[in-house]
Structures are given as structure tokens and as C-alpha cells.
Design a protein around this ligand. Structure first.
Ligand SMILES: NC(=O)c1ccc[n+]([C@@H]2O[C@H](COP(=O)([O-])OP(=O)(O)OC[C@H]3O[C@@H](n4cnc5c(N)ncnc54)[C@H](O)[C@@H]3O)[C@@H](O)[C@H]2O)c1
Length: 333
């Protein structure tokens, strides 16, 4: 019987020794490449006859899909899947799956970290430590006013996997209230969360701290822009660990500089990595991290195990855990 062929188009791990071992044990014909940005014919030379393709950043567009001879499953290594033309894959009966839950704790932790770092002005504290040691006396004045987190109102925009974890993590911070804006949660889930649900503008008006955890789409693109910042408290902080396009960062930079907004914590950018002259990167009222909320040793192993697990399911004629278009039946022949 012909072995199942699994090909990795590109990867982020330092090596795939562990995968080689796992697939050998499973009797899979496994090969891997680093073809992140190559023309379709070059990519097809190695993936055209794969049963399963595992993809990180490589573009899987119409041209690539039309050259696949026997692929039944494409596994996206990660949460987003905008590098894969999923509708075109569906039309060809190819199932595309992803790993939406491998790093949700890490992203929630990064959001909590940024909220605390912003509210306590961590970047300015670090600066004052070196200023004080240079001058031989403590200098505190430039950091005033500094606020506590307890007693404040937290607003969560988007309360799915990650937003729900942030909601859970903040239960013991002695907050005044947690407000949620998420028009798509079931009544049952709203009841379970037990916090007030508000329309976006009302949440922005009432919150001291706002954290964003929606997906990016036409409805959420620049969902936070100048007119929304104008609704917020001048002391409010805004944290975005979701997707860059959700916040207009030029308008945010202006709102911070003009004192319309207190502080911001940003992990994600509309174009990545951001241009070196992007104003927000040097704004004293912003803490900018390099889109690595997802990263940890634990999340790295979690995604590797889930991907090998999905291939193992395929070998046993079971579909992947997280197909994107659930209407496409998977074929094993
Ligand atoms: N920074 C990182 O490294 C990193 C890593 C993983 C995920 N993410 C991002 O985090 C975000 C959340 O991921 P998740 O796994 O929790 O997604 P999810 O799909 O579980 O939750 C998203 C929530 O947003 C809600 N939503 C959609 N449109 C909305 C709107 N207009 N207003 C309010 N709520 C809306 C949905 O109902 C859903 O509950 C995504 O944008 C994801 O891409 C970032």
C-alpha cells in the first residue's frame, strides 16, 4: 500500500527533528522545506503529490491549488489563515484546517501584562530608575499621575477564546466592573460570563481600561478610530493583542499625544513588522511589543503536537479537529 505523503511547505521551528521521528513511527512519507516566498511552480514541484500539506506563511492561492494532484488536507500552522484561499480549496474538495487554540493562554497573559504595564507606566518607571541613579536622588515627579488597577472598569471587546480567558484572569483584581461588547455570543454564554453586555460606544464611554480580542474582518477594520477615542476617558488605556487593522494606529498616536487618551499597549500592526518611522513606536504613552503574544515553549509544543495529531487522525480516516469550512467533507482516497 502506498504511504501517506505529508509535506511541510515552510516552518518556524528551529528544526523538525521531532516531527521526523513521529512521522517515521506512523509510517508516513514525510518531507519538509522552507519555501516561504517562491513562485507557484517551484512550490508545486515539492507539494503537488502530497496527501497533506502543512503550511505556515507560504501563499496557497488559486494557482497553487490548481496544481495539487491528490491533496485532501491543508493544515495551517497557526491561528490566522489569510495566506490560504479557503473558498478556492473548498471548491476543489480540499479541507483546510487551522489550530485556533494553541496559544490562547499566552495571548491573554500578554494582554494582562500590557494592561498592567500601561496602567503602571512601566516604560516610564524604567526610565526613572536610570535617571534617578544618574542624579543620585529619586525622581518621581515626571510619572504623575499614576493610577491603580483596582476599582477600575475593564471593557473587553470580543469575548471568544482569548477574551474569555482575560475575563477569567481579572476576576481577582478588585475591579469595579467588567463590561463586554460582543454581539455574537449566545444568550447562554452571556449568562455564564455574568458581566453586562454593552454596545461598543457605551463600553468605550464607561471603561477605564479597554482590551481588544475580536477577529479582524470588514466589520472590525479600524473599529477603534478617532471618533471612538473621542468617546473614551482621557485617562483610559487601550490594549490591542488581536489584529493590527482593528485599531487606526495613526489616530491612536494623535489621541495619546493630544491627551485625549491615557496610554496604549500594542502587540499587532496593520503592516508587519511596522515601519521604523511609525510614530506610535516612539510615543512615550505607548508600549509596543513585536507581535509575539503567541510565543512560549508551551505553545510551540502545543501546536506541533496538535498538527501531528491531525495527521494521525487523517491516517485513521478522521477529519481534523478544526476545519475552517465545515461544509467540505474530507476524502481519504
Ligand atoms: N497577538 C497574537 O500573537 C495573537 C495570537 C493568536 C490570536 N490572536 C488574535 O486574537 C483575536 C482573538 O482570538 P480568539 O481565538 O479569541 O478568537 P475567537 O474567534 O474565539 O473570538 C473572537 C470574538 O470576537 C467576537 N466578535 C466578532 N466581531 C465582533 C464585533 N464586531 N464586535 C465585538 N465582538 C466581535 C466574536 O463573536 C468572538 O466571540 C483574533 O484577532 C486573533 O487573530 C493574536
Amino acid at each position: 500500500m502506498q504511504k501517506i505523503k505529508v509535506v511541510v511547505s515552510d516552518y518556524v521551528e528551529p528544526d523538525l527533528d521531532w516531527e521526523v521521528e513521529q512521522f517515521k513511527r506512523m509510517g508516513v512519507d514525510f518531507s519538509f522545506y522552507q519555501l516561504k516566498a517562491v513562485p507557484a511552480p517551484e512550490l508545486l514541484r515539492v507539494i503537488a503529490d502530497a496527501d497533506v500539506v502543512i503550511v505556515n506563511m507560504t501563499q496557497i492561492n488559486e494557482e497553487v491549488l490548481s496544481g495539487l494532484k491528490r491533496t485532501k488536507l491543508i493544515v495551517r500552522h497557526g491561528v490566522g489563515y489569510d495566506n490560504i484561499d479557503v473558498p478556492a480549496a473548498s471548491r476543489r474538495g480540499i479541507v483546510v484546517s487551522y489550530i485556533p487554540d494553541y496559544c490562547m493562554h499566552e495571548v491573554a497573559e500578554q494582554a494582562v501584562m500590557l494592561i498592567m504595564a500601561c496602567q503602571r507606566k512601566l516604560n516610564q518607571q524604567l526610565h526613572l530608575t536610570s535617571e534617578s541613579s544618574l542624579s543620585g536622588t529619586w525622581i518621581f515627579k515626571p510619572i504623575y499621575p499614576l493610577y491603580s488597577i483596582s476599582g477600575k472598569t475593564l471593557g473587553i471587546i470580543g469575548c471568544g477564546r482569548i477574551g474569555s480567558l482575560v475575563h477569567k484572569m481579572f476576576q481577582n483584581f478588585d475591579l469595579a466592573r467588567i463590561l463586554i461588547c460582543d454581539p455574537y455570543l449566545s444568550e447562554e454564554r452571556q449568562h455564564e460570563l455574568g458581566s453586562p453586555f454593552l454596545p461598543l460606544n457605551e463600553l468605550l464611554r464607561q471603561s477605564d481600561i479597554v482590551t481588544i480580542h475580536t477577529t479582524l474582518g470588514p466589520e472590525t477594520y479600524h473599529m477603534l478610530d478617532e471618533s471612538q477615542f473621542n468617546l473614551m476617558k482621557p485617562t483610559a488605556i487601550l490594549v490591542n493583542t488581536a489584529r493590527g487593522g482593528i485599531v487606526n494606529l495613526e489616530a491612536l498616536d494623535q489621541a495619546l499625544k493630544s491627551g485625549r487618551l491615557g496610554f496604549a499597549g500594542i502587540d499587532v500592526y496593520e503592516h508587519e513588522p511596522p515601519d521604523r518611522d511609525m510614530a506610535i513606536l516612539t510615543n512615550e504613552r505607548a508600549i509596543c511589543t513585536p507581535h509575539l503574544a503567541w510565543l512560549s515553549e508551551e505553545s510551540g509544543w502545543n501546536i506541533r503536537k496538535q498538527i501531528v495529531g491531525d495527521v494521525n487522525r487523517f491516517l485513521h480516516h478522521e477529519g481534523p479537529r478544526h476545519p475552517i469550512d465545515k461544509s467540505v467533507p474530507i476524502s481519504f482516497e
